[in-house]
Write a protein that binds this ligand. Sequence first.
Ligand code: 3PG
Length: 207
Amino acid sequence: MSESLLHRCPVVPVVVIHDAAHALPLGEALLAGGITVAEITLRTAAGIGAIEALATALPELHVGAGSVLVAEHVDQVVDAGARFVVSPGLSVAVLARAQARGVAALPGVATSSELMTAVGLGVTEVKFFPAGLLGGPAAIRALAAPFTSMTFMPSGGVSADNMADYLAIPAVPAVSGSWMVDPGLLAEGRWDEVTARSAAAIRAARG
Ligand code: 3PG
């Protein structure tokens, strides 16, 4: 198994970017706030260009792709410079292509059956999505009990207000969410606010 993705940074921003020109100031704002990992989703046409811009200009930011749904996406994002891929669900094809391309993959799970599939595939780190709707921290505590070697990154409904409840669980080294990188902040170029929210999240995670 490759090195842990979830122990790199306790807070992983989920970025929906509409203009690849925003990538560089965004990456600099995240780094200024102490965030060293970013997930750029493929939900917009600008996603691939943003990954490429960040991977080229800011190697100190560990950039990956989110909303990776099919194996072809893995090729596209790795060619653009992504160092990991995140999916909302578990796809054997995505995991296999990620392994073949030498990048970490974080499949999404919502049930114990999906966790059993993940265990069978040798996966040790998963995204728990959509965390809030699935029962929040209590659901992860219940699932982590039988899956003793699994670590979880909750995503979906995680916020500045509840992130500490998730990180208090030993099986949760990192949380992810979009609150630090709200698309409105990007559209208005409010990079100082991105840095402020990032720094507050890192403080909360470490404190
Ligand atoms: C994800 O893709 O992980 C979620 O959409 C992020 O959810 P949030 O917007 O509730 O943080």
